[in-house]
Ligand binder design. Structure first.
Ligand code: MBD
Ligand code: FE
Length: 311
């Protein structure tokens, strides 16, 4: 039954008070955002006739979500992180910053860890203990999206999961920074040796999975590899590549797949090629180049300031 929450005048005045508009103290931007979210929530409670039990169930869900360290995981799963990307794309378009051929951004996700070892040109990403996946050789170059010239002082930071879909740090059974490196390119070229990552699924039984189940959705991602790519004078790029042969490639619960970011893994069995690539045996070859656009100011050269794990 729709009510007026007493009267529109009461509610309007009350929300302004609750958001601190009667006070000269505090932060105006926080007041503005809280006022809007509180107003929209009250409207939803009334429009949808949300019961007291439903309300407290939801509040307790948020508590459990945070306790399970899954806030950012649900943000990805509800597509909010992707929506932020779509909005940034549109802002770029409107500002004339979008460039044909530039590598698209896609979500960072919740599993980055700052402080990975820095290596020159070539990286060994895995510690050799996970033998359940094929070997992977990943390489490419970082180029200017307009001129196509290599960007000599570019840096490629890379992270991916193991054969079980688990990421080091969050999976305490793995060595520190397993499958995480910061590669200073060799004249724009980067090379990484590792194992092929598996797909990812949200932790079973936890709050994120519980909500997805209530929505009739799954919590799986295709096999993918994350990157931060940056160079002085260029816009920071947060992106991922997805492996084309994964059944979830176009059914990612975090909506991170973009057509330009799908890569074929090519099987290499030729002993000469294996030796030339300094691989231990047959492997999957992945090649991906990053095209960066020029930064308009120094703020654009760095990643967002979101809170991140660090070791
Ligand atoms: C991941 O590995 C990931 O990249 C995202 C976006 C969400 C959950 C796990
Ligand atoms: Fe991931």
């Amino acid at each position: 039954m729709k009510t007026k929450i007493s009267s529109p005048e009461f509610l309007e005045g009350f929300l302004r008070t609750a958001a601190g508009y009667d006070s000269d103290e505090g932060n105006p931007r926080v007041k503005e955002i809280v006022h809007r979210l509180l107003s929209d929530l009250c409207k939803a409670i009334d429009d949808l006739d949300i019961t007291v039990d439903e309300f407290w169930h939801g509040a307790n869900y948020l508590l459990r979500l945070g306790q399970a360290h899954e806030t950012a995981l649900l943000v990805a799963g509800l597509g909010l992180e992707h929506i932020l990307d779509v909005r940034e794309d549109e802002l770029d378009e409107n500002a004339g910053l979008a460039k044909d051929g530039a590598t698209p951004r896609t979500i960072e996700g919740p599993l980055y860890v700052a402080g990975a070892p820095v290596v020159e040109g070539e990286a060994q990403l895995d510690d050799g203990t996970d033998t359940e996946s094929d070997l992977m050789h990943l390489s490419g170059k970082v180029v200017d999206a307009v001129t196509g010239e290599v960007i000599p002082n570019a840096t490629v930071e890379v992270w991916h999961c193991n054969s079980k879909g688990n990421y080091s740090f969050f999976d305490q059974s793995q060595s520190d920074f397993n499958m995480r490196r910061t590669i200073k390119t060799d004249n724009g070229q980067y090379t990484a040796r590792s194992i092929v990552p598996s797909g990812y699924s949200v932790p079973p039984g936890n709050p994120t999975e519980q909500l997805l189940t209530l929505l009739g959705r799954h919590g799986s991602r295709p096999a993918h590899i994350h990157f931060f790519v940056h160079a002085p004078g260029y816009r920071h790029l947060t992106t991922q590549i997805n492996l084309s042969d994964d059944p979830f490639c176009h059914d990612d619960f975090a909506y991170a797949t973009r057509d330009e970011l799908i890569v074929d893994a090519v099987e290499v069995n030729d002993p000469e090629k294996i030796a030339a690539a300094k691989m231990k045996g047959p492997y999957k070859e992945l090649v991906f180049d990053f095209s960066l656009t020029k930064a308009a100011d120094s703020d654009q050269e760095v990643r967002s300031s979101r809170a991140r794990a660090a070791l």
